[in-house]
Design a protein around this ligand. Structure first.
Ligand code: ADP
Ligand code: ZN
Ligand code: ZN
Length: 691
């Protein structure tokens, strides 16, 4: 059986009659998606040059695509005319339980199976005999229970907004219809408080709110804050849900019974009965962009959708993307600022430790060790940030210096001491740790530091302290993440070691010191977004420190303290880095001052990938459209991955429309070309990673 979607109805077909098939069954009697939702799907397909069938697949819950009906069906029990007239007293004497069920049904007319299970446990045993006697009947109906979403919790009062928050709120409230606002507020400045007020406005007016958050931003802490403060149960949509739970949330959003939907990027496609507002939190976060298959930006689509619906959109971040900042400068978005922390908290102090002047013990310099000691002795909590999981980035031979490489990728194997394995973080390959060099027989030792090794070092340097590591290895088991986070929040954990996973969204009340072990990779990135990313990641992780009364401190270890990036960041914060980076981008005509699209191809033979992109280059250059630069093809920075050779071709233009015209030409010609059969290829519009 195949399930299809009817996108439009036509009187004739270009296909031969013999090629057309009849539909055997119609699953939904009325359309699944409204005109606005179909419009968004069509727009996404056009803009990202991606087949519409795959966009529909991404937009709809899997359960619907497997044939579940659009509306949820509830099984109910009702009385037959005979049951309605039966002599209740007489029946109760003969069969008390049957009488009870009939009396329940007389009061309510019909009751769902689920409600009966609660009202009269064990009623199901009576079912078949009472149906046989024609006292009751079963039927199905659409679930029209609109009471969902109201939690039985009392709505908690929030703090009084400060002057900056109030003026942000007033500015947003003053807008009519579609308008975009950036709330540019330092971490802990009370952006979420402003969202809460806006959400309450919409709910009071009977409209729905969609809140998009990055993957790691959707924490239980955030959801429970919404629940307590709004007095309702948010519908949550993320990749970890079961198919049925996802369908239930989708239905609730579509029927309007869900007032607030909080979700990660794919929630941008959720249908809304009465949309009032879209909020994108941490709008700079790269997880809002899907990096494979349909490569869409949920943030960008959110703006487009809000415009189509003529409703306001609010983007929030402590480290706004340069794209969004530039739109503020252009006057397209309203820029509101929350420059200081709300409540009593003050911003953390940031300083560098020069690794060329201080020896490091297992990656920890003496000033860092002193600072950790001091913090612990004052009952504070420390977060140590290292964006590299595993024990060590690689294994090196002490004799000939050769390093352990992945056989299928141009990358090194990471040492995982806990499982005694070498693993490739790019293709997942793994093998045992070689104790002797395969080339010369000398002993091998781990080189560099990962979170696992750092945890070991901290345990031996600070014995007796509670140390918790949080990364994708340590939290793989169900429930371990929740436990680790609650230990960190309660303050039981004294030293937290972790990756990116720890850097956003969390609020650890006792945390006063953040240490960044190594940020230097980001200083010399080949990607023009390297500086922007590094500044964002440092400000975000630093923002975890000192969120309550005690002032926080952020220490960054670097071997390049003279690099101009540090001066900008330390003297002017994110805003200064952003301003100078925008000037660089303008001079180099990189986004947001131009538009990019990336064509990627991979093949088992290097030549095939390159030949395909050469063809694309020729097609782009002969398409007769001015103002599009074609760069490449070149091999991807990590050329071989999982046994395939990867290459890329970059298209750049000041004019979005020119770029799209070229992409349209390319798509049609490339799809039919024989060279395309040997490669896997994809188009990435507005790429955010240039590899
Ligand atoms: P952000 O979303 O910008 O990180 P939050 O809204 O989470 O900031 O606020 C950070 C902390 O400050 C929270 O504990 C919050 O309850 C508190 N807070 C926010 N606004 C105020 C205010 N006006 N007065 C006192 N405390 C506030
Ligand atoms: Zn060797
Ligand atoms: Zn590999």
């Amino acid at each position: 059986m195949q399930i299809g979607m009817v996108m439009e109805v036509a009187a004739e077909s270009e296909l031969a009659a013999g090629k057309l098939k009849h539909a055997k069954e119609i699953i939904d009697e009325s359309p699944l998606l409204s005109e606005n939702e179909l419009w968004l799907i069509q727009f996404t397909s056009d803009y990202y040059h991606h087949p519409i069938g795959e966009v529909v697949a991404a937009a709809l819950p899997a359960a619907l695509r497997q044939g579940k009906p659009r509306d949820s069906i509830v099984q109910r029990i009702g009385l037959t005319p005979l049951g309605a007239q039966t002599d209740l007293d007489a029946l109760c004497k003969r069969a008390r339980r049957q009488g009870e069920l009939i009396s329940l049904l007389r009061d309510a007319e019909s009751i769902s199976f689920a409600d009966l299970d609660e009202a009269m446990p064990g009623w199901r045993r009576l079912r078949s005999s009472m149906i046989e006697k024609s006292l009751i009947e079963e039927y199905e109906s659409a679930d029209d229970d609109l009471s969902g979403g109201l939690a039985n919790v009392e709505q908690e009062k929030g703090p009084r907004l400060n002057a900056d928050q109030s003026s942000a709120l007033e500015s947003i409230r003053a807008g009519k219809g579609f308008n975009s606002t950036l709330i540019d507020g330092v971490t802990g400045s009370g952006k979420t408080e402003v969202y809460l007020h806006l959400i309450l406005d919409e709910i009071a007016a009977g409209r729905q709110v969609l809140v998009l958050v990055p993957e790691i931003g959707l924490t239980p802490q955030l959801v429970s804050r919404f629940r307590r403060r709004l007095g309702l149960e948010p519908e949550v949509l993320h990749s970890g849900l079961s198919d049925n739970a996802r369908l239930a949330a989708w239905r609730a959003a579509r029927s309007g019974s869900a007032h607030l939907i909080v979700g990660t990027r794919s929630a941008i496609f959720v249908p809304l009965k009465s949309p009032g507002l879209i909020i994108v939190d941490e709008e700079h976060d790269s997880s809002l962009k899907q990096q494979e298959g349909l490569r869409y930006s949920a943030r960008d689509l959110a703006v487009v959708r809000a415009k189509k619906l003529d409703i306001p959109i609010v983007l929030g971040s402590a480290t706004p993307s340069l794209d969004t900042l530039q739109r503020c400068h252009d006057g397209a978005y309203t820029h509101v600022r929350l420059p200081s922390r709300a409540g009593k908290a003050v911003p953390p102090l940031m300083r560098l430790v020069d690794l060329t002047r201080h020896d490091a013990y297992e990656g920890l310099s003496q000033p860092v060790i002193d600072a950790i000691e001091k913090t612990i002795s004052r009952d504070g909590q420390v977060l140590i940030f290292l964006n590299r999981r595993g024990f060590a980035p690689t294994l090196i031979c002490t004799g000939c210096g050769s390093v352990a490489e992945c056989a299928r990728c141009d990358s090194r194997m990471t040492v995982h001491a806990g499982s005694n394995l070498l693993k490739c973080h790019h293709c997942g390959a793994q093998r045992g740790i070689d104790s002797e060099c395969l080339e010369c027989g000398s002993t091998c030792r781990p080189l560099g530091h990962g979170t696992e090794r750092l945890e070991d070092a901290l345990r031996s340097r600070f014995p007796g302290e509670v140390i918790t590591r949080i990364d994708s290895d340590s939290t793989r088991l169900k429930g371990t993440m929740t436990k680790a986070l609650s230990m960190a929040t309660s303050g039981e954990t004294r030293i937290l070691v972790g990756t990116q996973m720890l850097s956003k969204g969390h609020h650890f009340p006792n945390l006063t010191l953040v240490v960044v072990i190594n940020a230097d990779q980001g200083l010399f990135s080949t990607d023009f977004r390297g500086g922007e990313r590094l500044a964002q990641s440092l400000i975000q992780v630093g923002g975890r420190a000192g969120r309550e009364e005690r002032q926080g401190e952020v220490i960054i270890q670097t071997a390049f303290p003279e690099h101009p990036f540090w001066n900008e960041l330390l003297s002017g914060g994110y805003a200064k880095v952003a301003a100078s980076t925008l000037i660089e981008r303008q001079n180099a005509v990189w986004p947001p001052f131009s538009r990019l699209a990336m064509l990627r191809a991979s093949a088992t033979k290097r030549e095939d990938a390159h030949r395909f992109l050469e063809l694309a280059r020729t097609l782009a250059e002969t398409a007769g459209i001015d103002g599009v630069r074609v760069l490449g093809p070149v091999s991807a920075p990590m050329e071989r991955k999982a046994g395939r050779y990867r290459a890329q071709l970059l298209l750049q233009s000041r004019q979005r429309s020119c770029l799209h015209q070229v992409l349209n030409c390319l798509r049609t010609s490339l799809e039919g070309s024989p060279d395309a059969r040997k490669v896997r290829w994809s188009v990435d519009v507005d790429p955010i990673e240039l590899f």
